[in-house]
Design a protein around this ligand. Structure first.
Ligand SMILES: Nc1ncnc2c1ncn2[C@@H]1O[C@H](/C=C/CNC(=O)c2cc([N+](=O)[O-])cc(O)c2O)[C@@H](O)[C@H]1O
Ligand SMILES: [Mg+2]
Length: 214
């Protein structure tokens, strides 16, 4: 049984990235996935948009849905002030195991809480288990058909406050039509599309930034 793609990405990080240097980890994964084998990281082009929004919002408490190998986890954490917290949800134990090591190699583990399990189970427990009042910023990058149900679940659980921001990856490719229709059609959101490309390709994709109006 050979290695998995996430394990090969981890091996590249441990071989080529400077330990404790988050940007070096980000650059190493981008190099590997652009020139060796594609992987579903938000990537460098959309990543720059993600960086600018994290810098603008300066979240104290942030949620990421879909950790995968931890690329965006590290990218986001490297932009956060020391007292900020990034909670990230991943239900595949093998991916979570890789992500923990990528996060550790980058030296950002103090800002990150990786929670292993499905978003549907954990979103309702955020207040009691993690003392979350509400999320300042949520990055949606998990199964595309979960974006809408999990957004509605966060609303129902009172995890969004006036001004909370949802940032969704892949709204064009692979696409999240039901989610887009909801946030663009609802009077409770102010939505904006940031046009870009699918990671490491010339295919159109983009991020949708939606401000919850309460
Ligand atoms: N309910 C849930 N709770 C916790 N973790 C969950 C979850 N649903 C999925 N996950 C995890 O989130 C990741 C899935 C990402 C799907 N992205 C994608 O499918 C994707 C595909 C392409 N693409 O095909 O070009 C490009 C992209 O940028 C993409 O993000 C995986 O690590 C998976 O284990
Ligand atoms: Mg994605």
């Amino acid at each position: 049984t050979g290695s998995t793609r996430p394990e090969r990405i981890l091996a590249a990080v441990q071989r080529k990235a400077t330990k404790g240097d988050a940007r070096s980890v980000v650059n190493t994964i981008d190099q590997y996935c652009r020139y060796q084998e594609w992987a579903m990281n938000v990537g460098d082009e959309k990543g720059a948009i993600l960086d600018s929004i994290v810098c603008e919002v300066k979240p104290s408490v942030m949620l990421e849905l879909g950790t995968y190998c931890g690329y965006s986890t590290v990218r986001i954490a490297s932009m956060l002030p020391p007292n900020a917290r990034l909670l990230t949800l991943e239900f595949n134990p093998a991916y979570a195991a890789v992500a923990r090591q990528v996060i550790a190699w980058a030296g950002v583990e103090d800002k990150v809480v990786l929670i292993e399990g499905p978003s549907g189970d954990w979103i309702p427990k955020m207040k009691e288990e993690f003392g979350v009042t509400s999320f300042d910023l949520v990055f949606l990058d998990h199964w595309k058909d979960r974006y809408l149900p999990d957004t509605k679940l966060m609303e129902e659980c009172g995890l969004l406050r006036t001004g909370s921001i949802l940032l969704a990856d892949n709204v064009i490719c692979p696409g999240t039509p039901e989610y887009l229709e909801y946030v663009r059609g609802s009077p409770r959101y102010e939505s904006k599309y940031f046009r870009s490309h699918l990671e490491y390709t010339r295919v159109e994709d983009g991020l949708e930034k939606s401000v919850f109006l309460g």
